[in-house]
Design a protein around this ligand. Structure first.
Ligand code: NAP
Length: 235
């Protein structure tokens, strides 16, 4: 089965490695990642571009393994599936279970509004998501991303690092920078979970952005389940 894997996550990379030459991994091109499996890079040009790609490349099934917050790509995949009837599966890691102390917000603007005046905030939201915090000139921020952010609030620093992150390092980072608030998207997964344990043990307030609503499609949580789904389609 010629499978289009919509990527941008570690799970997508792993899945494309397991599927091998029957799969094409598609990346938006936000980060530079060396790949040994078949792949393509860059947007398709909206739903119409995605549909054209699926037809030109004779794609037989799609696995949407994008990040839980990459809502536009997931919506486009759903619309393409509706139009063309190509089977679509979503591979999505489970969200972190909210702790009673977390402040849950709907989006990044709400998160920015929830940070108190003069806070020292660890904005663990990714390099493309800092625009919501630009108006907060009163606070100091720490952010961390794989690629440098194109824009960021005025007072603070950006660390360039790639997950996974360890508990001891997360604690040291928060202590060194006297972090009072941690802002995170509910991405889920083990690779970036240590920051939540570190915040809990240091009494750092957590502001957690809920996942966006996505179209209802058949969803699995693991690479193994996705591989099984492809196998069943091809049987
Ligand atoms: P998005 O808002 O859902 O997508 C914006 C546009 O980027 C899409 O319409 C599409 O352009 C292109 N695109 C996104 N994913 C693509 C893919 N896998 N292959 C080809 N084109 C893709 O996505 P985003 O939030 O900007 O995230 C961009 C990428 O980074 C995604 O692949 C996502 O998995 C990854 N990522 C996102 C986050 C996050 O917090 N949002 C975190 C970690 C990783 P066209 O309309 O032109 O096709």
């Amino acid at each position: 089965m010629k499978t289009l894997v919509l990527g941008g996550t570690a799970e997508a990379r792993h899945l494309s490695e397991v599927l091998g030459h029957t799969a094409v991994l598609s990346l938006a091109g936000m980060t530079r990642t060396p790949l040994s499996t078949p792949h393509r890079v860059g947007g398709f040009g909206g739903v119409e571009g995605l549909k054209a790609y699926i037809q030109q490349e004779d794609i037989q099934c799609i696995i949407d393994a994008t990040h839980p917050f990459a809502a536009q790509m997931s919506r486009n995949a759903f619309k393409a599936q509706q139009a063309l009837g190509v089977p679509l599966l979503r591979l999505e890691r489970p969200p972190w279970v909210p702790a009673p102390t977390w402040l849950m917000v709907n989006d990044l603007l709400q998160a920015a509004a929830a940070i108190p005046l003069g806070a020292r905030a660890f904005l663990s939201v990714g390099s493309q998501s800092l625009s919501a915090f630009l108006g907060r000139e009163d606070m100091w921020y720490l952010t961390r991303s794989i690629e440098p952010p194109s824009q960021a609030p005025r007072h603070g620093i950006c660390l360039l690092q790639r997950p996974p992150f360890l508990l001891a390092d997360e604690k040291a980072l928060m202590k060194t920078h006297q972090i009072t608030h941690l802002v995170s998207k509910n991405a889920g997964g083990a690779a970036t979970q240590a920051k939540l344990e570190a915040a809990a043990s240091l009494g750092v307030n957590v502001i957690m952005v809920k996942r966006p609503r996505l179209p209802a499609v058949l969803t699995v949580e693991t690479v193994a389940e996705a591989v099984k789904w492809v196998g069943k389609l091809g049987a």
